[in-house]
Write a protein that binds this ligand. Structure first.
Ligand code: GLU
Length: 253
């Protein structure tokens, strides 16, 4: 694989108390460094801005929030999030990063799409890792539906990625709902033409907040490359997928 897009979910980036999970950022930055050293161009799509904003303002996740409140939290949290990415990627691992904030509209307008494409290609050619998030302040629907999985699929198509890797805090796509059957097994390979039954399952299952399987299935549906769903906490998860051709979770192709 020469070019990959990696999406990192909120559950991996934040702790139960709302603070950013710095150990995870440290782990993932050294994993990306390894890809970098193997000349794999990498784009990261990150969530976590809203959660980081909550942490910063010491707000409780259980308190109901309006869309505008979430957008304001993202504005607070995004800079905090990028500061941490800068610390672990740029300062500690010498991997230069760039902040890229996009909205769904950017993919619908030919000019903005072309500009985004050109800039991402230029950054990758310079061995910079773009850290993409939605521009939550101006976006509405996507933020409401927690759809960085979909954003990541669009980015993967735009840069012509070989793989899209959706990192989450579960091991992959389950054959049955794991809440109902704790012995439910991971599905190793899914044919993208047969997503219907998984959509039906995901529709019935509660999303548990961020990182639900429905948006991952949607990402698989719209992406033109193979999609991995894997546990971001797993050891060397990126090297396994990208450098060793292994499948630690589920692959949809
Ligand atoms: N863009 C949102 C954030 O950074 C998250 C969207 C999602 O989790 O899919 O907080």
């Amino acid at each position: 694989m020469n070019r990959v897009v990696i999406k990192i979910g909120t559950n991996l980036l934040t702790r139960a108390d709302g603070s950013l999970n710095l150990e995870f950022l440290e782990k993932i930055s050294s994993e990306v460094k390894r890809l970098h050293m193997n000349d794999v161009e990498t784009v990261i799509v990150t969530s976590g801005a809203v959660a980081a904003g909550r942490g910063e303002l010491k707000l409780n996740r259980a308190d109901p929030e309006t869309l505008h409140e979430k957008q304001a939290l993202a504005a607070v949290g995004q800079s905090n999030l990028m500061q941490k990415y800068y610390k672990y990627f740029s300062l500690e691992n010498k991997v230069v990063i760039a902040q890229v904030l996009l909205t769904p509209h950017d993919f619908e307008n030919l000019d903005t799409l072309q500009n985004t494409h050109n800039v991402l290609k230029l950054l990758l050619a310079k061995k910079v890792v773009p850290i993409v998030n939605e521009n939550d302040v101006t976006a509405t629907d996507e933020l409401k539906y927690m759809a960085n999985d979909r954003l990541a699929a669009r980015v993967a198509n735009l840069v012509g990625a070989d793989s899209l890797i959706l990192l989450t805090d579960v091991d992959g796509l389950f054959e049955e709902e794991p809440h109902k059957n704790p012995k439910a097994k991971i599905v190793k390979t899914v044919d993208k033409r047969n997503l219907k039954k998984y959509f039906e399952m995901a529709g019935a299952a509660s999303d548990g907040g961020h990182g639900g399987m429905r948006t991952k299935l949607e990402a698989a549906k719209i992406s033109e490359c193979e999609v991995f769903i894997a546990n971001g906490l797993g050891k060397n998860v990126l090297a396994k997928i990208v450098l060793k051709d292994e499948n630690p979770g589920t692959v949809l192709r």
